[in-house]
Design a protein around this ligand. Structure first.
Ligand code: HEC
Ligand code: HEC
Length: 436
């Protein structure tokens, strides 16, 4: 009872916070744009309300998943021992807008210790740890839940590294999801599902590294690629997806499809999920056996939130590159090459930067192996939309980050398609990619 009261109070505190006009976590789109211009336009009013609701869900809704992360895995017991420094080291981020001014000042001048796990508890109580909800009873952490923002938001580091204003939609490429889950005391439920032991589960989780997660592991149990490297993929941005048909690296479905998938199957929120494609026992042995394509519940906390959550993600435009972060003249020349000699627009159609229509390709078409593609229903890779590339360079490019830099991507295509790009032309193309 107590924890419900506390959780409700925390949510009330953040909803008054997130409706403030100065709060701009929307990837560069202030809510004032929508709310202030057309008070008499019912369509815009309804859209603005949906975006507010969707933002709240994206940032603060656990969908009841604390029953899994706290209840089953007991992850809160590990988190309770973490100093803020250790938490920041695992890539967790702190939303300074959730903190009172004197706390921010205390962090800045060092009077508040970042070495004391009690500070972590205080940050959780203030609802300031991005994507994580702590349930606190009598000064003790009793459970923990996670949100979309855990993986798909970061902060602007304006106060200190890892402490700043929220940047929703930005993939958190510092976040070591695998290390965090591996710290939970009881992974027996995952071990059972994967028909292995907890030590093996921990080894797999620890192999992922920062900025990565393996959404398909609980469907097919494949922990490693054929070359022995971890099967995890990069966390993609949740911004810049306007007009894009299929989502995820391998085109599993639409935004609301994938949101339901993640909220129910990955986050373990309480919800409904339907996808008979997961009954394919050849491709998805674990999902088929456990009927993951047929999840129902009497207490659905996901489905009713999908419309507004969808609206919010569509409102998250890719952030514009900072002035001076690329060479404008070179980018101009690169633009010509992109649609000309380098033939990139064959797939990354101008403006959308993916295909309008069916946006999938076989691995061989882009010179990569089929392993990850074959873990999805269509066996293909989705043409990545390229807006905001500059904002997720950490961790590399392509689904598994196999190309460390944009220069490596361009060199790969040059070779694959025998484009004959000179070193200068490759440089110009990279500057263009940084300008999107
Ligand atoms: C534990 C980290 C994690 C959490 C939590 C998470 N995601 Fe993701 N998300 C990922 C990863 C990894 C992928 C890529 C999966 C793939 O391609 O197989 C992804 C893919 C996506 C995509 C597709 C992006 C594109 O380029 O098409 C969207 C949209 C998305 N997530 C939204 C959400 C929403 C909304 C939530 C909350 C309901 C959420 N995610 C929760 C890690 C996460
Ligand atoms: C045949 C279609 C096709 C062509 C032609 C093509 N791409 Fe791609 N591109 C893709 C696909 C599919 C992916 C996703 C690959 C993956 O996830 O492994 C991709 C991924 C990328 C990425 C990585 C995005 C990210 O978020 O990691 C960049 C950058 C890129 N392409 C740039 C280019 C450039 C520059 C050219 C021209 C030289 C080009 N592409 C030509 C289909 C294409």
């Amino acid at each position: 009872m107590k924890r419900i009261v506390l959780a409700t109070a925390a949510l009330a505190a953040c909803s008054s916070h997130h409706s403030s006009a100065t709060d701009d976590g929307g990837g560069g789109v202030p809510d004032t744009n929508i709310t202030s211009t057309a008070p008499t336009d019912p369509v815009k009013d309804a859209a603005a309300k949906m975006i507010d609701e969707g933002r709240h869900t994206f940032r603060y809704d656990t969908f009841g998943d604390e029953a899994f992360w706290g209840g089953t895995l007991r992850l809160h017991e590990a988190v309770a021992t973490l100093s803020p420094k250790a938490a920041l080291g695992l890539g967790l981020k702190v939303d300074v807008d959730a903190l009172p001014g004197d706390v921010v000042a205390g962090v800045k001048n060092g009077s508040i210790s970042l070495d004391d796990p009690k500070t972590t508890l205080a940050l959780l109580q203030a609802n300031a740890v991005v994507g994580v909800t702590g349930f606190v009873d009598n000064g003790k952490l009793t459970s923990i839940g996670i949100q979309c923002a855990l993986c798909h938001s970061t902060v602007d580091d304006s106060v200190a590294p890892g402490l700043g204003h929220r940047l929703d939609g930005w993939p958190n490429r510092d976040l070591d999801v695998g290390q965090i889950i591996a710290a939970a005391p009881d992974l027996s439920s995952i071990a059972q599902l994967l028909d292995t032991d907890q030590d093996t589960v921990r080894t797999v989780l620890k192999s992922w590294g920062p900025g990565k997660f393996d959404a398909e592991l609980i469907l097919d149990g494949k922990a490693m690629r054929p070359d022995g490297k971890p099967a995890a993929t990069l966390i993609p941005p949740a911004f810049g997806l306007q007009g894009v048909n299929l989502h995820t690296w391998t085109g599993w479905g639409s935004i609301p499809y994938w949101n339901a998938f993640v909220a129910v199957l990955e986050m373990h929120g309480k919800g409904t999920f339907f996808d008979p494609r997961l009954d394919d026992a050849q491709k998805f042995p674990i999902a088929a056996k456990n009927h993951f394509g047929h999840v129902t519940t009497d207490d659905d906390r996901v489905t009713e939130k999908l419309p507004a959550l969808h609206a919010y993600q569509l409102a998250l435009r890719a952030p514009a590159p900072p002035a001076g972060s690329f060479d404008a003249d070179a980018a101009e020349r690169g633009d010509q090459l992109f649609g000309g000699k380098a033939k990139c627009t064959r797939c990354h159609t101008d403006e959308l930067y993916t295909e309008p229509g069916w946006d999938l390709h076989r691995g061989a078409e882009v010179g990569v192996d089929d392993f990850q593609a074959m873990r999805s229903p269509d066996g293909m890779y989705r043409t990545s939309p390229l807006h905001g590339l500059w904002a997720h360079q950490k961790g590399g490019f392509f689904h598994d980050g196999r190309f460390a830099t944009l220069a490596d991507v361009v060199a790969h295509y040059d070779q694959l398609f025998t484009l004959g790009l000179t070193a200068n032309e490759q440089h110009d193309l990279v500057e263009y990619l940084k300008s999107l």
